[in-house]
Each structure stands twice: as C-alpha cells, then as structure tokens.
Design a protein around this ligand. Structure first.
Ligand code: HEM
Length: 353
C-alpha cells in the first residue's frame, strides 16, 4: 500500500512540479481576527455568488437564443418546460440581486473602516471598476429576457447615453448596434453579458485579490480585544471554513428564495407600445430618480461627476486629512451618501411613474 502511495505521489510530483510548501506559504496569509465577523469579510460573498452566476448562466445559455424573434420564447421554454429551468433561472436572478447588494455592502464596509487609504488607493479604484462591471452585468442580463421592460429599459438607457455631449451619439450606436433597437442589439447584449463582462470581472478580481495579498487586509483593533490576545489566524483552513459556512448559508438562502419567489415573465416586448411605467431594476432606482430630477445633458454629466469623485475619493480624503489630520469628514460624507442612496431608492420605489 505504502509503495502505491509513494508511486502515486512521485508520478504527480514529476508531472506537476509544484513546491507544496511555497504554495501553502503564498496562499496561507495570516488573516486579522476581525475577519471572523461577516461584515468584515464581506468581499468573499460576491465572489461566491459570482461563481453561482457562472454555473447557472452556462446552464441557461444552453437554451437561450439571443435574437428578438427567439429570445422571449426561449426564456419561456426555460421557465415552463426545461427540466429545473425555472429553478436555475430563479437562482441566477436571485444570486444577481444578492451579488449587487453584497458588493454595495462590502464597499460600505471598506469606506467606513477607511480601508481604502494609503497604500490601498489603487485597490479602491479596481473595486470601483468591479462595481461598474457588476451593475452592467445586471443591466445587460435584465435586457436579455426581451420583456416589455427589458426592451424599453434598454431604449431609455440608449437615449441617456445619447445625451452625453460629444461622444453620446457614438456611444448610443455602439450600445444598440445601430440608430435604434434592431435585430443585432440582443446578440450584442448577450456577448457583453455572457463573455466580455464576466471575463473582465475575473481579470479585475485577480488584480484585486493580488493587491489584497500583497498589502494584507487592513488591521483593526476593537475596544473589547486585549493587546496580548493573538491578532491573527491562518487563512488555511480557518478562514476557508468561515467562507464555506457563508457559502452554505447562501446556497440555502438562494434555493429558498428561488422556490418561494421564482423568476417570473412579463409581457413580450412590443416596440410599438410604450408601457405606462418604465422602471429599471431596484439597484438603478437611485440613478433613475437622480436623472429624473435634472434634465438632458446636465443629468448625465452630474452622474459622471459623482462617479469621478467616487473613483478619486481616496485621494480627496488624503488631501482633507493632510490639511485637517483629525477630520471625520469621510464619516459624514459616507453617512450623507447612504442617506441619499436609501432615500432616493425608496422615493423611486414608492412612485408609480
Ligand atoms: C465583485 C466585487 C468584489 C469582490 C468579489 C471583492 C472581493 C474582496 C475580498 C475577498 C476582499 C478581502 C477582505 C474582505 O473580504 O472584505 C476585498 C477587500 C477590499 N476590497 Fe473588494 N471586492 C469587490 C468589490 C469591491 C469594491 C466595489 C470596492 C470599492 C470601490 C472594493 C475595495 C476593496 C478594498 C479597498 C479592499 C481592501 C480592504 C482592507 O484592506 O481591509 N472591492 N475585496
């Protein structure tokens, strides 16, 4: 028996000459104790949900047909006829919702603990790209169903892009594959949703995780922790167990949501009838409300400015703290942002039009 084990180890060792000790050292980062709490290790949650999206997305893509004449019927087939199609479609939809919520919560945790500060500014910027990538995945996914709201949502999005000065016209053309929604539009959304954006997200995540590994996670000490207690535990296997428990809880939650509140199918897109109410998904309510408060280019440019300020926030915060070292400005800015985001989201949700 012993000889077989040795032969097996040597066989693999020759073909995959990986130094296990070095590999363990690289992956086994000492993790600060506060990562035992879910709020502080929230980054793993969108990562897990993304894997769920990839697996369920591949299963859906086997039946989905991206063209205006076939898309709606293929989604109907998945929902009503394909074995377990309703389940995988519903898990895909709920995992998207939870992933967006988790990314926003993770960004809030990073913001309120000041974990974006020197030397982690670049990782905040990578994170901002991850946020945009996740939101665009949500938007393009919503458009694929070819329901009334998918069609009119995409049309509204294209008109908004058009109102950006100078580049607006080209952006709209690139987005719709023409002047108006046509038979080439849906394949374009599909390739963005199923290939370009997920691959971009994986590439960004690789850099995000590499930078986390190089800097380590920001150290935080809490009032109830004494200085002589060990401040770290091992990534492997301790942190992996935490993430496994989070993953199991998410799987149960996703299955429950998919069964109790399965994904539905609205009326088929009708390019000749504008619906009375055009609403995006909940995660765009805040932008939608903001855009409705202003008009034309002003609306789109102000959103662009807010995004620019969000990208630059670590440097703006750095300047403020250099001038006023004990300033709590970031906390006030954060609280104001959370109040505005929740307020505008609820406002839009309560409005019928
Ligand atoms: C798909 C989206 C994302 C994934 C999967 C992800 C993943 C992670 C993970 C696993 C960590 C390790 C610590 C933790 O779990 O909190 C982390 C840390 C970090 N993330 Fe993200 N992240 C994402 C989006 C974002 C966004 C939107 C931002 C901000 C704009 C951001 C900024 C950061 C920063 C600055 C750190 C370092 C935190 C520290 O040192 O304590 N991330 N991320």
């Amino acid at each position: 028996m012993g000889r077989i084990v040795t032969w097996w180890r040597d066989w693999w060792g020759e073909r995959l000459p990986i130094n296990t000790a070095q590999l363990l050292e690289f992956t086994n980062e000492p993790v600060p104790k506060h990562l035992k709490r879910w709020w502080f290790c929230l980054g793993g949650t969108p990562a897990y949900l993304f894997v769920v999206q990839v697996v369920t997305g591949i299963l859906l893509a086997i039946y989905y047909q991206p063209s205006p004449t076939t898309a709606y019927e293929s989604v109907r087939y998945i929902t009503e006829e394909a074995s377990y199609g309703w389940y995988f479609r519903s898990v895909h939809k709920w995992a998207a919702t939870l992933m967006i919520a988790a990314v926003i919560l993770h960004q809030m945790r990073v913001f309120f603990t000041g974990a974006y500060r020197k030397p982690r500014e670049l990782n905040w910027i990578i994170g901002m790209f991850l946020l945009l990538c996740t939101l665009t995945l949500g938007f393009t996914g919503y458009s694929l169903v070819y329901e009334q709201l998918s069609y009119w949502g995409a049309t509204v999005g294209a008109n908004l892009a058009d109102s950006v000065p100078l580049v607006g016209g080209v952006a709209k053309q690139l987005f719709l594959a023409g002047e108006v929604y046509n038979e080439r539009t849906l394949p374009r959304f599909f390739i963005l949703h199923a290939a370009v954006l997920p691959v971009t997200l994986v590439a960004l995540l690789a850099v995000h995780i590499l930078l986390i590994r190089l800097h380590g996670v920001t150290e935080l000490r809490f009032a109830d922790e004494s200085a002589d207690q060990p401040g770290h535990f091992n990534f492997f296997p301790d942190h992996l167990y935490t993430e496994l428990i989070v993953g199991l809880v998410l799987m149960v939650l996703l299955s429950t949501l998919a069964t109790v509140l399965p994904a539905t199918l609205g009326p088929r897109a009708d390019p000749l009838t504008t619906p009375e109410v055009i609403k995006p998904e909940w995660f765009f309510y805040v932008i939608f409300r903001w855009l409705k408060l202003f008009s034309g280019s002003m609306a789109v440019l102000s959103v662009g400015l807010i995004l620019f300020l969000m990208f630059c926030w670590p440097f703006i915060d750095g300047l403020i703290r250099r001038r006023l070292p004990n300033s709590e400005a970031s906390v006030y800015v954060g609280i104001a942002a959370v109040v505005v985001i929740i307020g505008m989201t609820v406002w839009e949700a309560l409005l019928e039009h």
